[in-house]
Design a protein around this ligand. Structure first.
Ligand SMILES: NC(=O)c1ccc[n+]([C@@H]2O[C@H](COP(=O)([O-])OP(=O)(O)OC[C@H]3O[C@@H](n4cnc5c(N)ncnc54)[C@H](OP(=O)(O)O)[C@@H]3O)[C@@H](O)[C@H]2O)c1
Length: 179
């Protein structure tokens, strides 16, 4: 799938969101994940491995370290912010341009947007693909994923799973492409 045209006339690789969402749209609370789902951790690892990963500063703080095999691009308005083992940028266009360079260096055919709520809300209109884990829980939380509008997104795959070892809920892996 083609991505967008970016500055310099280069074609940006597709931008893919990876997110786990509860039934009530919650993705986190108090800057933490609200569930333990080992299967989803492995799914996240498989989708993101070898790719540039854009994330908001709060998500970077919640992960607490660079993830091996991936290059994190942290978006913050704080011009003094430093993140050891990650790139830091101060706006979304810069994040996308840098991600494109990093994708070329890593020979990655996709750029990943790894959260959190603020970044998903701002960048969803620019995304091409959604890798959504629907989590069969409805916890209270303060970070949300925007509604996936059926007029804009077409579901292309859905695999339902009962909880496996290390999973505290049932879940489904659902992929969408932009209509
Ligand atoms: N379930 C999932 O799949 C999933 C995935 C990721 C995260 N999460 C959860 O989501 C929560 C974090 O999400 P969040 O919405 O609170 O924060 P976030 O989106 O991770 O980060 C927000 C921060 O990003 C920076 N930022 C946002 N927009 C910007 C812009 N246009 N230009 C420059 N900087 C910008 C700001 O950093 P500064 O304040 O430093 O300026 C802002 O405070 C946590 O609970 C986490 O566990 C869940």
């Amino acid at each position: 799938m083609a991505g967008d045209q970016s500055a310099g006339g280069r074609v940006r690789p597709p931008l893919a969101i990876v997110v786990a969402v509860a039934r009530n749209g919650v993705i986190g609370g108090d800057n933490k994940l609200l569930w333990k789902l080992r299967s989803d951790m492995l799914h996240f690892r498989a989708i993101t491995m070898g790719k540039p990963m854009i994330m908001g500063r709060r998500t970077w703080d919640s992960i607490g370290r660079p993830l091996p095999g991936r290059q994190s691009i942290v978006v913050t308005r704080d011009t003094s912010f430093q993140a050891e083992g990650a790139h830091v940028v101060h706006n979304i266009p810069s994040a996308l341009l840098l991600a494109q360079d990093v994708a070329e260096r890593m020979k990655s055919e996709e750029i990943v947007l790894a959260g959190g709520g603020e970044l998903y809300a701002q960048m969803l209109p620019q995304c091409d693909v959604l890798h959504v884990t629907e989590v069969d829980l409805a916890p209270p939380g303060d970070a949300l994923f925007p509604k996936i509008e059926p007029s804009q997104w077409r579901e292309i795959s859905r695999i339902a799973h009962q909880p496996g070892q290390g999973d505290e809920a049932a879940f489904s892996f659902v992929d969408y492409v932009r209509c």
